[in-house]
Design a protein around this ligand. Structure first.
Ligand code: NAP
Length: 255
């Protein structure tokens, strides 16, 4: 499918799905702005992609749980001299503990990272996109958005609902908005959370390459929701009819 090359800003671009979004968008000829906290990893990723694909890649180290970090990224998204045509809100972390055992400060940071920062970055990017009559916004949600699975799923459900309404509102004005809803995907996510990956069977795992490839293609087609693989599409359908107690999935276990 044809893509118009422009600059893409990706949050959480130092690892996992974000690094793969950066790679596939670079392969399509987009210049990049890479956002995450780890400057050295971002620089290494940027240099590798510039060498391999002949694009330009900026790094913008920022902590998106922090107001100053979000403001720095808003500043880049609203820089009129170098417009951003693709925004990927991808940065995210998991929470290992049950809600009642989790520290409230960790919960607040988690909500800010997944919901508040994505909302603020979308609002900033949208202004220029609507003026230009073109843009693409991808919000990395999760299949958990369809399931009753604690505050992580609730945050992802916010992203899913918001993406659906934004795609209806802004699609006709040239801005395509998509929630990408992967199931278990091999990245650093579960290791960083300290979760034991062995409790989930091998067949449930997706590759980052597939999640991103399908997500980018669905966004270009103007789809509001991208669910990679038939097995996870079936989960989303089942979630509409099955009782909540059957949908909670395996409990998280520490490594
Ligand atoms: P990952 O490999 O752990 O990568 C997470 C990325 O987010 C890293 O680049 C990390 O970089 C960045 N990040 C974390 N906290 C940040 C902060 N406070 N400020 C800025 N950047 C931050 O995990 P992943 O699986 O690729 O996760 C990407 C997204 O996919 C997340 O939103 C996650 O919820 C979603 N998802 C993952 C799965 C899965 O099974 N893996 C399934 C469904 C949805 P730094 O540490 O350098 O900041």
């Amino acid at each position: 499918m044809a893509t118009k090359t422009t600059t893409a800003l990706i949050t959480g671009a130092s690892a996992g799905l974000g690094a793969e979004f950066a790679r596939q968008l670079a392969a399509q000829g987009h210049n990049l702005v890479l956002v995450a906290r780890d400057r050295a990893r971002l620089q290494e990723t940027a240099a590798g992609l510039e060498r391999r694909y002949g694009i330009r890649a900026e790094v913008l180290p920022a902590d998106l749980t922090d107001d100053a970090g979000v403001a720095a990224v808003v500043g880049r998204l609203t820089a009129v001299e170098s417009p951003v045509g693709v925004l990927v809100n991808n940065a995210g972390t998991g929470l290992l503990h049950k809600f009642e055992e989790s520290h409230i400060s960790a919960e607040k940071q988690h909500l800010k990272l997944h919901v508040e920062s994505a909302m603020e970055l979308t609002h900033a990017a949208l202004q220029g996109m609507l003026e230009r009559g073109s843009g693409r916004i991808i919000n990395v949600s999760s299949i958990a958005a369809f399931l009753p699975r604690g505050t992580y799923a609730a945050a992802k459900a916010w992203l899913l609902s918001f993406s659906r309404s934004a795609n209806v509102a802004y699609g006709p004005r040239g801005v395509k908005v998509t929630a990408v809803c992967p199931g278990f995907t091999h990245t650093e996510f579960h290791d960083r959370m300290g979760a034991d990956k062995s409790v989930t069977p091998a067949w449930t795992w997706l590759t980052a390459e597939r999640v991103v490839r399908e997500g980018l293609a669905d966004n270009l087609r103007g789809k509001a929701v991208s669910i990679p693989s038939k097995r996870y599409k079936a989960v989303a359908v089942a979630a509409r009819v099955l009782p909540d107690r059957l949908l909670t999935g395996p409990a998280r276990k520490a490594k």
